[in-house]
Design a protein around this ligand. Sequence first.
Ligand code: HEC
Length: 141
Amino acid sequence: MKNNLSKIALLMFALILTGFIFIIGCGGGDDPEKGIGPIKEIKLEAAIDNNLVAKGKQIFDLKCVACHKFDEKLVGPPLKDVTKRRKPEWIMNMILNPDQMLKENMIAKNLLAQYLTPMTFQNVTQDDARALLEYFRSMDK
Ligand code: HEC
């Protein structure tokens, strides 16, 4: 009887410990500097890809200029040096998943508090977002 009780206690302890490790593990994967969305990890070449830059500029002039300039504030923040203040993953997640970013990501929430207008999804693909990122990198060189 006593033996059974200590077995149960041990089992409970093991379960609680597993729970803690699980929670800590999940928390660690959610990096606010990378944002929330489809882009978890991206590797960039040091050299700028000029074809991508051209594609990115085309998309930008079509879908982003209504709200963004580079050197001054419009509806949204000036995008000069955005690749210096944000991680590439964060920039792409902001472009691809602005609704959730503005609700759940601290950095995006602070921007919304400042700019008051929510950025909206512009129907861009993951490849489009990658091209836009390359365009921003070229502007920040
Ligand atoms: C309806 C206006 C609007 C459009 C269109 C828009 N944005 Fe935004 N964007 C904003 C606003 C406003 C913010 C600041 C956060 C907020 O209030 O939602 C923002 C924030 C950003 C940021 C973060 C800037 C920083 O300083 O960290 C990036 C990057 C960005 N937008 C890129 C884009 C790209 C690329 C496009 C085109 C595909 C685009 N935006 C289209 C309004 C817009």
